[in-house]
Each structure stands twice: as C-alpha cells, then as structure tokens.
Design a protein around this ligand. Structure first.
Ligand SMILES: Nc1ncnc2c1ncn2[C@@H]1O[C@H](COP(=O)(O)OP(=O)(O)OP(=O)(O)O)[C@@H](O)[C@H]1O
Ligand SMILES: [Mg+2]
Length: 206
C-alpha cells in the first residue's frame, strides 16, 4: 500500500509520516518511509535545485519539469521496488503537492501538471492523509525551523490560506483516496487517528 501525507507548511506531515512508519513497524509491517522532492539519490540532487537558492531561480514551467523528473526517478528507484517487495510505502508529499504548489501558486498551471503526471507518473497513492490546519498555526510552526530549503517558505499567510483551500478542494476531487485529518491537536492524537484509518484500509485490502 502506498500512503502519502499532504498539507500546507508546518501542518505536521513529516511528524505524522514518521509516527505512522514507527507504529506500523512496531506492528510487524515492512515499511519504507520516504519523501518528496527526493527519496532517491538522483531525486535528492534535484531537491537541492528546487528548494534552495533564489525564489526566481526557475520559471514555473521549468520547475514543474524538475519536480516531475524527480518524481519519476523516485517512483522507479524507490517506490515501485518497495511496493513490489510487499512493503507499505509512507511518503511525505507526492504529486498532490505539485498540483497545489506548482499548479496553483504561480498562475493556473494545474492542467499542465496533470498532463505531465499522466504522461510520466501515471500513479496515485492508495491512501492520502491531508493534515488540515489553520494557515497561521502552520506558518508559526514552520517558521520555528531553520534551514537552507527556503525557496517556498516565504509565501506568506495569504498564499498559505489559498493552498489550504486548494488542498481541501483536491480532497473532494480525489475523495476515494483522501482522508482529511484535523491537525491542530497533539501529535499523538493525530497519529492515533491516522493509524486507525491506515489499519482499516490495510484490512480492507487483505
Ligand atoms: N500536532 C502538533 N502540535 C504541535 N506542534 C507540532 C505538531 N505536529 C508537528 N509539530 C511541530 O511543528 C513543526 C512542523 O511540523 P512538521 O515538520 O511535521 O510539519 P510539515 O508539515 O512536515 O512541514 P513542512 O511542510 O514545512 O515540511 C515541527 O517543529 C513539529 O515538531
Ligand atoms: Mg516536512
């Protein structure tokens, strides 16, 4: 089963991906935890290109190509082999993030993102957790961290609010695989709901 975590900056995706992977491992499942952009050696190199440096480093369209190239490598080298080996793959961000950040934030490029996805990726997760959170809470959490990967960090509250609405709309569009989770709770409470939904989905597939 291929599980992804989505949501705005600071919503708790990385925290929840880690907690879910730990919980499933503790239950004896073979788990691979990975992330985007990145998740394979080549895609991690592209990660540095898209997350570091000047915000205007790439045009919107070039950026979509870089994210798609990274995703293709990640899919071929990391995700598909793990799924073929029977592992549960837990991925921090995937194509839904590109639909939002590259498809929405710099003009309406969603159709281009979807076309490239169909041509080059052609696969959706089995289960996607949207960690939904007030943009102000997410922003204050995200600002608490320091790093070099800040190309998208200075989007500001208005853009964060647009992204949140976009993710909620996406969850309706792909309602078969999305679960919307209230993220403004203790991490353990969020993790318990995520684990329960995951175990139910695993059981339904068994
Ligand atoms: N439920 C929670 N309550 C309070 N703080 C939290 C919660 N979940 C995560 N945090 C903290 O908020 C910060 C952001 O969390 P995390 O890195 O998991 O978010 P993220 O969605 O992965 O962010 P980004 O999109 O920037 O990668 C971290 O410092 C984390 O410890
Ligand atoms: Mg994260």
């Amino acid at each position: 089963m291929f599980i992804t975590f989505e949501g705005i900056d600071g919503s708790g995706k990385s925290t929840q991906a880690r907690l879910l992977a730990e919980a499933l491992t503790g239950l004896g499942r073979d788990v691979l935890r990975t992330r985007e952009p990145g998740g394979s050696p080549g895609a991690e190199e592209i990660r540095a290109l898209v997350l570091q440096g000047d915000p205007d480093r790439w045009s919107a369209k070039t950026e979509i190509l870089l994210f798609t190239a990274a995703r293709r490598d990640h899919l071929e080298r990391t995700i598909e082999p793990a799924l073929a080996a029977g592992k549960v793959v837990v991925c921090d961000r995937f194509a839904d993030s590109t639909r939002m950040y590259q498809g929405l934030s710099r003009g309406d490029l969603r159709a281009l993102v979807d076309d490239l996805h169909r041509l080059m990726i052609g696969r959706e997760p089995d289960l996607t957790f949207l960690i939904d959170i007030d943009p102000a809470v997410g922003l204050s959490r995200a600002k608490g961290r320091q790093g070099h990967e800040e190309r998208f960090e200075d989007m500001g509250l208005a853009m964060q609010a647009r992204m949140r609405d976009g993710f909620l709309t996406l969850a309706q569009e792909f309602s078969n695989r999305f679960k919307v989770i209230e993220g403004d709770r203790a991490p353990e409470a969020v993790a318990a709901e995520v684990l329960a939904l995951t175990l139910a989905a695993l059981q339904a597939r068994a």
